[in-house]
Write a protein that binds this ligand. Sequence first.
Ligand SMILES: CCCCCCCCCC/C=C/CC(=O)SCCNC(=O)CCNC(=O)[C@H](O)C(C)(C)COP(=O)(O)OP(=O)(O)OC[C@H]1O[C@@H](n2cnc3c(N)ncnc32)[C@H](O)[C@@H]1OP(=O)(O)O
Length: 248
Amino acid sequence: MGVAVIKLKNPPVNSLSLEVLTEFVISLEKLENDKTFRGVIVTSDCPGIFSAGLDLTEMCGKSQAHYAEYWRAVQELWLRLYLSNLVLIAAINGVSPAGGCLMSLTCDYRVLADNPKYNMGLNETLLGIVAPSWFKDTLVNTVGHRTAERALQLGLLFPPAEALRVGMVDQVVPEDQVHSTALSVMAQWLAVPDHARQLTKNLMRKPTADRLVKQRDADIQYFLRFISRDSIQKSLRVYLDKLRQKKG
Ligand SMILES: CCCCCCCCCC/C=C/CC(=O)SCCNC(=O)CCNC(=O)[C@H](O)C(C)(C)COP(=O)(O)OP(=O)(O)OC[C@H]1O[C@@H](n2cnc3c(N)ncnc32)[C@H](O)[C@@H]1OP(=O)(O)O
């Protein structure tokens, strides 16, 4: 039925490095241009981890030019996913904080494996950073204003039952059924004529995407000013050190 699977593979935690973002955009573009494909299942090849979100090492101790290139790549992937003409289904087979969660929120439907460790949410505030307005918009469009307001301020990571309750995911299923469920949901979505579904998706999503498109460069400048602050760099370093020391 013309369904591709994109399996994220950047061990150990599928962080969204510049390389991963770039390759993801290229793969998506190829699938968009190949008319034999109508849908994509986005999943992970790293056991227990869907994606650890944006690669913190790309946002820490690097040059301004690097930050700008990285942020443009983050914007690009979000825009491509959010406005994709393909049916996108996230088969979430692991934990998905911050950018990992955001990536799944750009999909049309989310199936999450029922494992209490597989938390998801936009936890940026816990790192001492702030989810940009388009991250916030994506969450609001999924779970509504009040839930998003609380979740964003507290940096909440929701376990599966809670994620389902607030509407962050559409289905929670046993771990060994995530892929088969994603496939059967895909069949349902593909039963709808493409042109009607695509125009409807665009109607729902374009106003949100346009807000970023209209101010992409300003958004990059804002990111540069924010991420270059000493206090933000310090927060990120402390957070990364904590992650590294967990093992020791
Ligand atoms: C007004 C608005 C202004 C806005 C201006 C812009 C603001 C900027 C916004 C920037 C937005 C950022 C969004 C993000 O996505 S930030 C990333 C958030 N991610 C996380 O918090 C997840 C962190 N990771 C974990 O919690 C855990 O690693 C895990 C995913 C639960 C997995 O745990 P596990 O025990 O299996 O693995 P380890 O913790 O031991 O990690 C293994 C190694 O991987 C490194 N690691 C982990 N996560 C990341 C990451 N996101 N980026 C880079 N590296 C990561 C970890 O340090 C270990 O490395 P080591 O092997 O060298 O020790």
